[in-house]
Design a protein around this ligand. Structure first.
Ligand SMILES: Cc1cc2nc3c(=O)[nH]c(=O)nc-3n(C[C@H](O)[C@H](O)[C@H](O)COP(=O)(O)OP(=O)(O)OC[C@H]3O[C@@H](n4cnc5c(N)ncnc54)[C@H](O)[C@@H]3O)c2cc1C
Length: 382
């Protein structure tokens, strides 16, 4: 594309938040641009797990999309979640038939979402287009990209953890992050045949954990995450810590002794909840990781990215319907997030505060009452 480009709404980022927003906006008589700096399929550093919540958000977007993900040839369903405490006791909770989930490479999940966007003729998809800068005016947003200038009446920024829009709207705040590394392995021994999701709470990582998530064909997504603050304070090199925790945890060392790492460890960050993030202006709304809505307890962000992408699009549609493009009006988006999502995010933040201490997890999972409670929380069953 060359020359000036004008859209009603530009959605920046074609990850889950951006795709959900673009689909929600479509078929409302608007000209929509969905822009991503990469060409798809693109790699996304992730645990590759789609929770029940993520799948139910996908279902809200489109029944056929939901079916496409469930039946994806590279998706597997995990029948069990296995949690190991710092004292290396193991607790398993059955998921099959209770908690729908899928694990599949994120590149393929996101490609499936983008394919759904392609079905809508009012969404112009611009891959390989990076937003380098923007300015927000009274009646438009001017976006400078690596190839041309784009003008939009409204922008939904789903541009991920290092969001340009988030840093501009929050220039006086210092956001918090969790840094993660993940790699792919083959041949880890002792994995359950029913594809257990494994969470290993280890003293060196608390309140974070080491995960082993099964993929198709004896392949596993393995990773760890800790707060950026701790990483800097203790001058930790995360890839070294990753090797150390495996080597120094006897049962894991045995299980990884014949495992083969396929490719390199890769790092990315998770925005950690902060109640103070500003997620709106007159003509810009933040969604997904850019809006800091990842669950800090589990590190799960796809469900909330889809949810906030959808909410942001509904708010944008309200702006066009009423002709009201004021900050005051867009505060409704912020209030909706606070009302519907923040109670859970806040509760999980409190739990994260508690499980910094190994004895809390050892005790909690050793207690029949708490494991019953956890089982109800995890599976949603009473
Ligand atoms: C190691 C790790 C493991 C995780 N595991 C899980 C998990 O198992 N399950 C789960 O639910 N969540 C997991 N998460 C969180 C999850 O990956 C994110 O919450 C989710 O990807 C957020 O979606 P998004 O659409 O907001 O952002 P992204 O998926 O990051 O998409 C943002 C898009 O914006 C594009 N973009 C960025 N800047 C620009 C720009 N300037 N111009 C144009 N395009 C731009 C990017 O190319 C990208 O495609 C994990 C995160 C990490 C780091």
């Amino acid at each position: 594309m060359s020359g000036p480009v004008v859209f009603d709404v530009v959605v920046v980022g074609a990850g889950p938040a951006g795709c959900a927003a673009a689909i929600c906006l479509s078929e409302n008589g608007l000209k929509i641009g969905l822009i991503d700096k990469y060409y798809f399929p693109r790699e996304k550093i992730c645990g590759d797990a789609l929770s029940k919540d993520a799948l139910s958000q996908i279902r809200k977007i489109s029944e056929s999309l939901h079916q496409a993900i469930l039946a994806h040839p590279n998706a597997i369903e995990s029948a069990k979640i296995r949690i190991q405490t710092p004292n290396r006791k193991s607790y398993s909770f059955h998921l099959q038939g209770i908690l729908e989930n899928r694990i599949m490479p994120r590149a393929e999940t996101d490609m499936t979402l983008l394919e759904e966007c392609r079905k809508h003729s009012d969404i112009s998809i611009m891959e390989g287009t990076q937003i380098l800068n923007y300015s927000e005016n009274e009646d438009s947003v001017i976006l400078e990209t690596n190839s041309q200038k784009i003008t939009a009446s409204f922008v939904i920024a789903g541009d991920g953890a290092n969001s340009l829009f988030m840093s501009r709207l929050n220039s006086e705040r210092i956001p918090k992050y969790i840094t993660c590394v993940r790699g792919y392995y083959k041949g880890i021994s002792g994995c359950d045949p029913d594809h257990s999701i494994e969470l290993h709470y280890l003293k060196a990582l608390l309140p974070g954990y080491l995960w082993i998530f099964p993929l198709k064909g004896d392949c596993y997504n393995v990773g760890i995450g800790i707060t950026e603050k701790r990483l800097k304070r203790k001058r930790i090199v995360l890839s070294k810590l990753f090797d150390q925790v495996i080597a120094q945890t006897p049962d894991l060392a045995v299980r990884f002794s014949n495992a083969e790492k396929t490719g390199q460890l890769k790092a990315w960050r998770i925005p950690a909840f902060t109640g103070k993030v500003k997620r709106y202006s007159r003509r810009v709304l933040l969604a997904g990781d850019a809006a800091f809505v990842v669950d800090v307890l589990s590190g799960e962000g796809v469900g909330n990215a889809l949810r906030t992408g959808w909410y942001a699009a509904e708010q944008a549609l309200q702006c066009f319907k009423t002709g009201n493009f004021t900050e005051e009006h867009n505060r409704a988006y912020e209030l909706r997030i606070r009302k519907e999502m923040q109670p859970e995010i806040r509760m999980h933040k409190r739990i994260v505060g508690l499980i910094r201490f190994p004895f809390v997890l050892n005790f909690a999972l050793g207690s029949a009452r708490i494991t019953r409670f956890l089982k109800r929380k995890i599976t949603g069953n009473s």
